[in-house]
Design a protein around this ligand. Structure first.
Ligand code: SF4
Length: 280
């Protein structure tokens, strides 16, 4: 009964985002959505906290990395390659403890000779205890943990950055969606003001000396909006400018369909075969 109720809430959130023009314009609160999604994809607390995952794999990113794909996110990016798992969080995946995830990933690391690991697919920070426990498990192995995050929860609560600072094997890649609050809202369907949480995440991480860099989805940005973001990053820390990683949308068929659905056109994008498309 309880889980059925939660699933219904979750489906309503997605449904409203898809069909309600006013709601799309207004945007949702990603902190509230974090709480809703967390009830579906996270169980328990502390060392035994379990998170839903749908896949474990090796891959060529970062020169070779073991990846656990988790289920669930607190944004609704229109270009998300993992949208199916994201929007079906109540149906897909299985719950794993951090220790179980560790053993799955360490097997992949040893098989391929990797020295890096990450959690991808969804938003790893939704399961804070589980994530910290994973960092703890990998900290003695000399394995670099690349935390790919949209930064919303680290920006919302600076104690998250303080906790990450306890581990010197973590590097945080804050994936910023668009270059202005308006672009952020257009791309993620969240409230424009939540854009600030992504920048605050970088600020909090730098405050606690956590290794980090900004990755920016630039496919939809104008020159002016990129200049705006550059100014905002300089205000946080001048060094961030040199560390920007540009992200471009990959035009998988389902992404093309979603972009059409929302009437959004990228200025620069890549086809899955690597061909560049410019629409400026
Ligand atoms: S933050 Fe990442 S996982 Fe979440 S919706 Fe956006 S692209 Fe998908």
């Amino acid at each position: 009964m309880y889980s059925a109720h939660l699933s219904k809430n979750y489906i309503n959130v997605n449904h409203n985002l898809k069909i309600g023009v006013n709601i799309v314009e207004k945007g949702f609160d990603p902190i509230e959505l974090s709480k809703t999604v967390k009830r579906i994809v996270v169980k328990g607390y502390g060392k035994n906290q379990r998170r839903k995952y749908f896949r474990f794999r090796g891959g060529r990113w970062y020169g070779g990395i073991a990846t656990g794909d988790c289920v669930g996110c607190n944004l609704r990016c229109v270009f998300c390659w993992g949208w199916y798992a994201r929007d079906n969080a109540d149906k897909l995946g299985r719950f794993y403890t951090a220790e179980q995830v560790y053993y799955k990933l360490i097997r992949i690391i040893r098989k391929h000779g990797y020295n890096k690991v990450r959690v991808s697919g969804g938003e790893p920070t939704l399961s804070r205890d589980h994530l910290i426990q994973l960092l703890e498990l990998f900290s003695d192995e000399g394995i670099l943990f690349i935390l790919e995050t949209n930064g919303i929860l680290i920006g919302y609560d600076e104690t998250y950055a303080r906790d990450l600072a306890k581990y010197d094997n973590v590097h945080v890649r804050v994936s910023i969606k668009g270059a202005t609050p308006e672009e952020f809202s257009m791309l993620t369907l969240a409230k424009p003001r939540a854009f600030e949480l992504q920048l605050k995440a970088l600020q909090n991480l730098i405050k606690y000396n956590v290794s980090c860099h900004p990755a920016i989805m630039v496919s939809f940005s104008s020159k002016e909006s990129l200049e705006y973001l550059a100014r905002r990053l300089v205000e946080i820390d001048r060094r961030l400018i040199a560390e920007i990683e540009e992200e471009y949308v990959l035009l998988y068929p389902h992404v093309v369909k979603k972009l059409r659905e929302y009437g959004i056109k990228p200025k620069i994008a890549f086809k899955p075969d690597g061909t560049i498309i410019k629409c400026r």
